[in-house]
Design a protein around this ligand. Structure first.
Ligand SMILES: [Zn+2]
Length: 1043
């Protein structure tokens, strides 16, 4: 607490008291000077009203004291209350009234400015309010009149800083030469008045929030000046505790380099080398560590964009689409030279991310509740009766033998492999509709290679099925290691000694000669993805991934072969064209490796491996496309165990289409036909002609008696789908767990089979999986955005899955549960997304009254049960919000169009868990499969009629009615910030309110300077936020002469 006047006053009450009665400072003496508001007004309103009416100095100071105490002792809520009651406006009016006079009274003005800075920092609209009150330019003038007085100047500068939170106010100050005024207040290194100097740098940084001001600063040549200032301050910062000033100068440079011109000026003035030098000294000193990150960010941001070393951004694989003349555009789009400019627009974007998120929520009650018309005529539905063999089957073989199923549908097959091979051969190596290479050369991506790979189940895929993978300890890259990797990325462009830059693998050029001491790469097999490898240094390789087929984007999934290695040497790999803006690779995730030598020695396992792993935005841009596209580097180091081994590296445990067909065959042969009705059929063929399997699992009836048969034919349906996104191989492992559990002899599985008919479509996107795409199918569409109106030719698997669901709907067998299995690349644990009208409306803050709205809370039953049953599951990560951007996903369409209350997306982590018994561990396929089994367990919670088992005993008490958790806005990351910012376009962290408060408070309590008597005596400044107290050794002006 501090006071400004002698008659110091301390407020010990609460805001409520102040609201209820008149404050003690409201004395008889000051009453006549105010226009008293109606007696019903709160104490705060009385204070503010008095403040604006220019009472005598002493009572005004008292009011300022009370307000300051309220502010200091209050929470954010109280401050917000003060702002809503007009506190900012009252202070601005008082400032204008006081500041306008010919010789303003600084005993009053100083506390006023201090309080305005503190309140203003918390008032998002302070800039606009200041403009309305005419306070912005007035403060600038006050600054100009008082540049010799450090305390006054600092106070004005803080206020200018907070006013600049508004773009228009910052521009107004800029137009009135405010930038020059403030810039000239920043001297080269001095030990005097650090707090005022820091205030000047902070105000300058704040003014740079607008495009116009940045342009103005660049054209005036201030970038060079800022660099020299930084260099000068940096050199002496340690000894003199002026690190905060260096930090603020870096923030100015960050803001300036938002513009292309600013970045050019930065580079041409030698900014990168200068910062590289200063950063190296920072790395050695603990005190300077806080400067490392903003410096590295700045360098990364300003590095010239380097196009990827590719002739085309278009995928190396193309597929001629039905109805399209050419799959590949005649020529890639020319680089858009001006595209970079658009980045600057981010500068003035005022909408917060949160606002964007809420805007995406669907608030139109019609869209949330009413079913749209079906996307096809009713006549097309009966064809799907063939996919419900349990309804027409006569179970004649009951009790006799286990003859193979004969379904009514011709496409039904008990021999999935045969169908696959025929299908794949006729399509993939055929002359029409076959694969073609987008490049002219015949190469490793030759269609034959793919067919061969497809036709033969790779040993490692088989083994990965058989092996039980133990959970490995999560590997966390150490802080310094991650920082070092990012720093080295910059270093590579400054110090080019030892750089080789030789292409050693190119999917499109099989004739490439690889040096004998280089690693060898290959990716021409099922699910493989690697387009190019460049040897950067002796033991370091840049890897470029192939875009999705018929597309120039979606790179993330990788899977390739590497050989010719030397054992026990750390090899560094940099995957340089990843697209996701963050990755679990920053939070303990490792890639997976399979060693052929290890397999031959009896250890055929995929294992998590790699050290020094981190993921960050790089300076690469597309070879020919828009320069604005952002790429990220995943870097990791692998030390191979064996010389001359053949190893496979992948983003996650692979699960191929061939593995699925083999697995289904094994499963079919393993079930007890007396108990389990298991039928595999073909839903449809994909664009490339791969059959998409659909599996029906239920219990056989106990007898052919009417009652038993009736029960079978009236079992509710549960529909489960998966792997619509090929890069989410974890979804397939969860699906594998589900399939195996449902076919098992576990009593829960038997109960489930007796209670339900399961329809599983384990792989909705076989073509994408086969070709190693990350997101799309061959038509380069995200199939999980096609559900509203799927095209029967381009998206056959979605079209027919939806057809099956429509059919079930039409015969009164709407599924009780629908779940689409996915993988999540940026979160831990396993969780569900569901759909709820009420929660969506609540979350969006919609005005729609939800009181009368009836909604069955049953959509929470399964997640709640899973929270208890499945160790990897996290209830708190679930949400039930319906977003416009996801209106065409399986979950939302099945919920809205089919009326399935329990319609979910199940997201499984690629990494591991941060709760439960797996906390801190990375999942193996075992844990993913376990999750698939536990999901089945949870389905017991929705049975109403489980005869043989006491479901309550198995799953515990489930309370359907209590909504004890709130939905979270958790579609984005929920990780803590990374050690090193992944993105570098962001500003360095802005000073927070507490920092500003402490600077201001230090200014307020500073011993009275001899401000009225320039040159007389020495100024003492206690610089709270800047560093230690300093005593000026020189007399004279506080600042160099300005203007
Ligand atoms: Zn997905």
């Amino acid at each position: 607490m501090f006071g400004y006047g002698r008659s110091n006053f301390t407020w010990n009450g609460t805001l409520r008291e102040l609201e209820g009665r008149r404050p003690p400072c409201f004395t008889e003496r000051s009453r006549p000077s105010m226009t008293a508001p109606p007696s019903s007004s709160s104490g705060l309103e009385v204070l503010l009203s008095t403040l604006q009416n220019a009472g005598d100095v002493e009572s005004t100071i008292n009011i300022l004291n009370v307000l300051d105490e309220l502010l200091s002792a209050g929470t954010d809520r109280r401050i917000h209350y003060m702002i809503t009651k007009g506190c900012s406006e009252a202070l601005l009016t008082a400032l204008v009234n006081t500041g306008r006079s010919f010789s303003p009274n600084f005993h009053l003005l100083l506390p006023l400015l201090h309080l305005l800075a503190k309140i203003g920092h918390r008032d998002r609209r302070i800039g606009v309010k200041a403009e309305d009150a005419g306070a912005a330019l007035l403060t600038l003038n006050l600054l100009r009149q008082n540049i010799k007085y450090a305390r006054r100047a600092a106070a004005c500068l803080w206020v200018i800083q907070v006013f600049s939170s508004s773009v228009s106010t910052a521009n107004l100050i800029g137009e009135n030469h405010g930038l020059e005024t403030v810039y000239r207040l920043i001297p080269h290194f001095t030990t005097k008045h650090l707090h005022a100097i820091k205030a000047a740098v902070d105000a300058f940084a704040a003014l740079l929030c607008t495009k116009a001001n940045v342009c103005s600063v660049v054209s005036k040549g201030y970038v060079a000046g800022l660099l020299r200032l930084h260099e000068d301050w940096h050199a002496k910062a340690v000894q003199h505790g002026a690190v905060a000033i260096c930090h603020s100068l870096l923030r100015c440079l960050h803001k300036v380099t938002h513009s292309t011109a600013g970045r050019q000026a930065f580079v041409s003035q030698g900014g990168i080398r200068l910062l590289y030098g200063t950063t190296q000294t920072c790395l050695l000193s603990k005190d300077l560590e806080s400067l490392v990150e903003p410096s590295v960010q700045l360098m990364r941001k300003c590095l010239t964009k380097t196009p990827l070393p590719l002739t085309s951004d278009w995928s190396a694989y193309s597929f001629p689409m039905p109805g399209r003349a050419h799959a590949v555009p005649a020529m890639d789009a020319e680089p858009d030279e001006n595209s970079e400019e658009t980045e600057e627009d981010d500068n003035e974007a005022e909408d917060s991310k949160e606002a964007d998120f809420d805007e995406d929520l669907e608030t139109d009650l019609h869209k949330l509740r009413l079913r749209p018309d079906p996307d096809r005529p009713k006549e097309l539905l009966p064809q799907y009766s063939r996919l419900c063999p349990e309804l027409s089957h006569d179970f004649q073989e009951l009790g006799l033998c286990s003859e193979p199923e004969k379904s009514s549908a011709a496409s039904s097959t008990s021999d999935g492999d045969a169908a696959l091979l025929n299908g794949s051969q006729s399509h993939l190596s055929g002359t029409d509709g076959g694969w073609s290479d987008s490049s002219t050369s015949s190469s490793a991506s030759d269609p034959v290679g793919h067919t061969a790979a497809l036709a033969q189940l790779e040993a490692r895929d088989f083994h990965s099925h058989r092996s039980i993978l133990s959970t490995g300890p999560s590997f966390r890259t150490k802080v310094r290691e991650a920082r070092q990797k990012v720093f080295e990325d910059v270093q590579r462009f400054l110090i080019t000694d030892g750089i080789i830059n030789q292409v050693v693998f190119d999917l499109e050029d099989s004739s490439l000669q690889c040096p004998s001491d280089s690693l060898r790469f290959f990716s021409g097999f099922e699910c493989g993805n690697l387009r190019k490898a460049v040897r950067v240094r002796r033991w370091e390789y840049d890897l470029i991934l192939n875009a999705d087929v018929n597309s120039s984007q979606h790179t993330q999934w990788f899977y390739f072969e590497v050989s010719n290695m030397v054992a026990e040497v750390p090899y560094r790999f940099n995957v340089i064209n990843c697209e996701k803006s963050n990755s679990q690779f920053n939070y303990g995730m490792q890639p997976v490796l399979y060693s052929v030598t290890e397999a031959l020695e009896g250890r055929p396992h995929w294992l998590r491996t790699g050290t020094e792993i981190c993921y960050f935005r790089n300076h690469f841009c597309p070879a020919r496309g828009r320069r604005k596209t952002t790429f990220y580097t995943l870097t990791f180091t692998i030390t191979f165990k064996h010389n001359e081994d053949v190893c496979y590296l992948a983003y996650h445990y692979p699960y191929t289409y061939s593995a699925l067909t083999a697995h289904l065959k094994v499963l079919q042969n393993s079930v007890d036909p007396a108990k389990v009705f298991f039928q595999q059929q073909v839903l449809c063929c994909t664009l490339a002609g791969n059959p998409c399997p659909v599996v029906t699992i239920t219990a056989r009836p106990a007898s052919r008696g009417w009652k038993d048969m009736h029960q079978v034919r009236n079992r509710p349906c549960i529909v489960l789908t998966g792997r619509v996104h090929p890069g989410e191989s974890n979804a397939s492992w969860v699906m594998k767990g589900t399939l195996e559990f449902l076919c098992s002899s576990d009593p829960v599985a038997q109960s489930l089979r007796e209670a339900f008919v399961f329809k599983l479509i384990p792989m909705l996107n076989p073509d994408g999986v086969v070709n190693g795409t990350n997101r799309c199918d061959l038509s380069s569409e995200d199939l999980n955005r096609q559900w509203s109106k799927p095209d029967p030719v381009l998206c056959p698997t979605i079209y027919h899955t939806k057809g099956l669901l429509y059919y079930l709907n039409s015969i009164g067998r709407t599924p009780l549960v629908f779940c689409d299995y996915h993988g999540h690349s940026r979160k831990k644990n396993v969780f569900l997304y569901g759909c709820s009208v009420k929660e969506t409306l609540w979350q969006s803050g919609s005005a729609v009254n939800t009181v009368g709205l009836k909604e069955d809370p049953g959509y929470r039953t399964i997640p709640k049960t899973l929270d208890r049953l499945a160790p990897a599951f996290s209830f708190n990560s679930c949400n039930y919000l319906v977003e416009k951007s996801r209106s065409a996903t399986a979950r939302v369409v099945v919920w809205r169009e089919m009326g399935v209350l329990r319609s979910y997306t199940m997201e499984s982590t690629h990494n591991g868990c941060d709760q439960g018994i797996y906390k801190g561990l990375q999942t193996g396929t075992k844990e993913l499969q376990e999750m698939g089994g536990k999901f089945c367990h949870s389905l017991l919670s929705v049975t109403k009629d489980v005869k043989s088992l006491d479901s309550q005993r198995l799953i515990g008490h489930i309370d359907n009615d209590v909504l004890d958790h709130k939905s979270h806005n958790c579609f984005e990351d929920d990780e803590p910030p990374c050690v090193e910012q992944i993105e570098y376009s962001a500003d360095c962290p802005a000073p927070n309110g507490a920092d500003l408060d402490s600077d201001v408070n230090a200014n307020a309590t500073a011993a009275d300077e001899q401000e009225d008597n320039d040159g007389h005596g020495e100024a003492k400044v206690r610089s709270g936020g800047v560093g230690r107290a300093l005593q000026s050794s020189a007399r004279g002006r506080l600042f160099p002469p300005a203007m």
